[in-house]
Design a protein around this ligand. Structure first.
Ligand code: HSE
Length: 378
């Protein structure tokens, strides 16, 4: 029997608890950490030391979210030789190399499948592919909330604010939806994916923007050109360099990505011998994310765990992601080169850092400005 402790008894923690309690997995939930006012059963505790001091607890399943106390608790568990399974993309994106060093020092494992793509075995897919191929690129619809909002705007004809309110009612988006709609959540997942796919400590300073200013009219204009919009995390690596970025991207309306409905995710990797691989499914939610965490526990139980190596000395070079962009703004940059449609200036051959700088100038002049990448379109 493998004994685990769950840190955080929210949506994901309850999913882990439900799966372990209702399946015959030879795993037991021995302790659950929560705030004192929510500790209403014999296995609940509000004292993390109870978990650290319990020699029977082999695995700490962290689903608290946020940077602290998650970082402190993860490091303490790893240093105590307890393996950690986490769904917390913010803390892993911020401290991945530090956690890996602590795990390597103690011989414990760090398992991060649930940080990216909820129940989708995306990290496992990246790890397996990287055993044989250098992964040269990936891209992902890795945020269900923004996919739901865009899908509702397209299919339901809703404006952004209405679709966002629906996403909040359904529990997809937080009351403060910034992490989702500004691309921060996808950025964290992109950092984690790139670190594993490319074997480097990925920069945390990547260019990121989302769909806060997207309008139904933008989607209609792009649809008139045979294009859909998705928020993508993208990564490329070649010749000792890599680039990562997060932004709205215009994609052919007939592509698989364009067809991803509701709050689903679709992530794609490319390697030399495997070619293109796509991973589709529920990227969030109690049971799908809980499922991914329990899969990590079962892998640990079977003696399988990744050994991460971020020593590839890759240089961050945004030029690897150069493409054209369309900008809707009252501000028209001097180097705009024609229009995608009336009111949508085309900017040619920008890397994502330069594109983000242009967007910042446009937003300063016109806060409603919207910018979308046009890879392989114009
Ligand atoms: N807010 C995230 C999403 C949750 O919408 O995809 C899962 O990481």
């Amino acid at each position: 029997m493998t004994s685990i402790a769950i840190l955080g008894h929210g949506v994901v923690g309850r999913g882990v608890e439900q799966i372990v309690d209702t399946r015959d997995l030879d795993v037991e939930v021995r302790r659950i950490l929560d705030l004192p006012q929510f500790c209403d059963g014999p296995r609940m505790t509000s004292n993390y030391q109870d978990i650290l001091d319990d020699p029977q607890i082999e695995v700490v399943v962290e689903c608290m979210g946020g940077l602290e106390p998650a970082r402190t608790y993860i490091l303490a568990a790893l240093e105590a030789g307890k393996s950690v399974v986490t769904s917390n993309k913010a803390v892993v994106a911020a401290f991945f190399d530090e956690f890996v060093a602590a795990a390597n020092a103690s011989g414990a494992a760090l398992m991060v499948e649930a940080t990216c793509g909820g129940g989708i075995p995306w990290i496992a897919g990246v790890e397996k592919a990287a055993r044989i191929d250098a992964i040269d690129r990936f891209q992902g619809i890795l945020n269900g909330t923004t996919n739901y909002i865009i899908d509702q705007m397209v299919k339901g004809g809703l404006e952004f604010d209405v679709a966002l309110a629906q996403a909040q009612q359904l529990g997809y988006a937080e009351r403060d939806p910034s992490a989702d709609i500004d691309g921060i959540d996808i950025a964290n997942k992109t950092i984690i994916t790139a670190s594993i796919a490319f074997g480097c400590a990925c920069t945390r300073e990547l260019p990121v923007w989302g769909i806060r200013t997207l309008t139904k009219a933008d989607l209609d204009v792009l649809a008139g050109k045979g294009l859909s919009v998705k928020v993508l995390g993208r990564g490329v690596s070649r010749d000792g360099r890599y680039a990562v970025a997060v932004s709205p991207v215009a994609i052919p309306a007939r592509s698989l990505e364009a067809c991803v409905p509701d709050n689903y995710n679709l992530a794609t990797l490319h390697g030399e011998t495997i070619g293109e691989l796509k991973f589709y499914g529920q990227g969030a939610g109690s049971l799908p994310t809980g499922n991914a965490m329990v899969q990590d526990v079962l892998d640990l139980k079977a003696g399988r765990h990744p050994s991460y190596d971020f020593s590839a000395g890759l240089e961050y070079d945004p030029a690897l992601l150069v493409c054209d962009y369309a900008l809707r703004s009252a501000y028209v940059p001097a180097d705009a080169d024609g229009e995608l449609a009336p009111g949508y200036a085309i900017l040619r051959g920008l890397d994502p850092v330069a594109a983000r700088a242009v967007l910042d100038e446009a937003l300063a002049a016109d806060p409603s400005s919207f910018m979308v990448a046009l890879p392989e379109v114009c």
